[in-house]
Every structure is written in C-alpha cells, then in structure tokens.
Design a protein around this ligand. Structure first.
Ligand SMILES: NC(=O)c1ccc[n+]([C@@H]2O[C@H](COP(=O)([O-])OP(=O)(O)OC[C@H]3O[C@@H](n4cnc5c(N)ncnc54)[C@H](OP(=O)(O)O)[C@@H]3O)[C@@H](O)[C@H]2O)c1
Length: 280
C-alpha cells in the first residue's frame, strides 16, 4: 500500500507520516511548498508519479479567525483543494481519508453530535469544511470523512502548547469556560486513521479522544499537571472577542466508531499526560 499525505508538515500531517513510517507503510508526504493542493496540474503529476492507493488529506486553511478576512483563500484551499484531490482519487481508484472538523456544527446542541445530525456551520472555516464533505460524498465511494476536534500534538502550535507557555509566565491570562469539546491527541488520531485506511469500511466518522471539557477546564488541568504557579482565569466567550464565531458545544458522539467496529480513542486526560511527557 502506498499512502500520499497532503499538508504533511502540519500538526496532524507530521504525526500521520511518523505513524505510517513506524508501521513500515510506504508513504510520501508533501508540504504546501512541495505540493499546493489548489494546483490541479501539480497534483496530477504527483498522482502519476507515486500512484497512491490511499490519500490522507490533511492540508487545510486552519486559521479559523483569519478565515473570516481571507475567505477566498480559505475557500480555494479547503474546498477547491479537496475537490481536486477527490477528482484525482476517483480517476486513480484510490481511497481518500479527509480530515473534517467539529466546526461543521453550530454548537447549540446539549448532547454529543451524531453523524446523522445536520451540520450548520457558524463560521467561514466551518462552511468550507462542510462544502468539502458534501463534494467528497457525492464524488466518491471509497472515502473516509473523519471529523475531529481541538487537536494537540508534538508538532506545530496548538492550544495546549500556548497554555503551557502562558502558565509558565507571570502574566495573568483568561480562557473561555463555555466552549466545550473533546481535546484530541494527534498521535492517537494518526493511529486510528491508519487502522481506518487499512479497512474498506467507508463513510463518515467522528474520531476524538474520549471525554469532554471546556477550554478553561483543559487549561486548568494543564496548569495543575505541570505544577504551574500561574493558573488561568475563566471568562465567558461573550466577553472574549474573536473575528469568527466559535460554536459553544461541539462534542462528537463516537457511536459511528462502535458501529464500524473501530476501537475508540483513549480518554483525553490520559492522552494529555502522554503528550506532556514527550515535552520533558
Ligand atoms: N487543529 C485542530 O484543532 C483541528 C480540529 C478539527 C479538525 N482539524 C482538521 O485537521 C486537519 C489537520 O489540521 P492541523 O491542525 O494539522 O492543521 P495545520 O497544522 O494548520 O496543518 C495544515 C497544513 O496544510 C498546509 N496547507 C495550507 N494550505 C495548503 C495548500 N494550498 N496546499 C497544501 N498544503 C497546504 C499548511 O501549510 P502552511 O503551514 O505552510 O500554511 C499546514 O502545514 C485539517 O483538515 C483541519 O481542518 C483540525
């Protein structure tokens, strides 16, 4: 099996590439500079050269707030890019694993979102992720759409690393206490994606670490675990202005994993402790 990874120098992409290599899977990964997913001709040459059996499409425009000001680029990367990849997967009879997001939902639910719940994004990033999903579902049979949330991992910047920095400084800091999701460790997600692409159980799945918490609870746990003297202070998101609207509750139900016979990911605090040890 040959696996092609887009966005391979991003936070998740790097852990996916590492997991594939650790499992002796033949793989190639490309940064944005080596392979721009908005460039169909470049993608076509790449498919011809490497003849992948599976594409794991991690490349995305992921700056949720900036996307509100940069809609054109966000649309080109997240929608046109996904369309290009899907069209080439169809042409080459290749499986596609597309990474989507909890932000396709509006966050107004009071219970974990199921696969059958209708998406209703409230920010532009969410709109583009959902549009890409719709295209892939129409264009392909051999697809996995994997919705995940609040990623943290060794590579790249993320919320957890930012909180570690803040908790080690002397400067007071506020964290929203009404945005709730399931923090997810990229190494765990990468292992799960490897299991999934080996199967032919195509469809849409929710894959996050187990458990849920607010951003504030997560920050407080990090400060406690790292013995910080500088604890976060809670703030309601209506007092914390951001360019994009952020959905309040985006916990994803994992019943799709149970139905598909996939093992659920570990609990998020267990994942966080394993991650924090990698920083020692
Ligand atoms: N981070 C989260 O909390 C989260 C939550 C839910 C879902 N997701 C999804 O998970 C996936 C991976 O996210 P991540 O956190 O790993 O994001 P990331 O670190 O921002 O990685 C995305 C990668 O895509 C690359 N990229 C951007 N435009 C590109 C283009 N035109 N062609 C090729 N590559 C391009 C970026 O390169 P540059 O850095 O050079 O721009 C970056 O390396 C994304 O699909 C994201 O939507 C993430």
């Amino acid at each position: 099996m040959t696996v092609l990874v887009t966005g391979a120098y991003g936070q998740l992409g790097q852990d996916i590439l590492k997991t594939l290599k650790d499992n002796n899977i033949n793989c190639v990964g490309f940064s944005r500079y080596a392979l721009d997913v908005t460039d169909y001709k470049a993608l076509e040459r790449c498919f011809e050269k490497y003849r992948p059996d599976v594409v794991i499409h991690c490349a995305a425009y992921t700056n949720i707030d900036k996307a509100e000001l940069d809609k054109d680029l966000c649309m080109r990367v997240n929608v046109t890019g996904a369309q290009n990849i899907a069209n080439l997967c169809k042409k080459h009879d290749c499986k596609l694993a597309f990474i989507s997001a909890d932000y396709v939902f509006d966050g107004k639910s009071d219970k974990p979102y199921e696969i059958i719940d209708p998406p209703k994004p409230i920010n532009y990033y969410g709109v583009t992720k959902y549009e890409a999903e719709l295209f892939i579902r129409k264009a392909l049979e051999k697809y996995f759409i994997i919705r995940t949330s609040c990623l943290f991992g060794y590579f790249g910047d993320n919320f957890v690393k930012n909180i570690i920095k803040k908790s080690q400084s002397q400067v007071p800091y506020y964290v929203v206490d009404d945005q709730i999701s399931s923090p997810t460790y990229t190494a765990d997600l990468a292992g799960f994606i490897l299991e999934m692409i080996k199967s032919d159980k195509y469809g849409t799945y929710h894959a996050t670490n187990e458990g849920q918490c607010s951003r504030y609870e997560l920050a407080k746990y990090i400060a406690e675990y790292t013995n910080s003297q500088n604890y976060p202070k809670p703030i309601h998101s209506k007092y914390y202005t951001t360019l994009a609207k952020h959905p309040l509750y985006t916990v994803l139900s994992k019943s799709s994993l149970d139905l598909g016979g996939f093992k659920r990911l570990p609990e998020y605090r267990d994942a966080l402790r394993r991650f924090l040890k990698t920083l020692d």
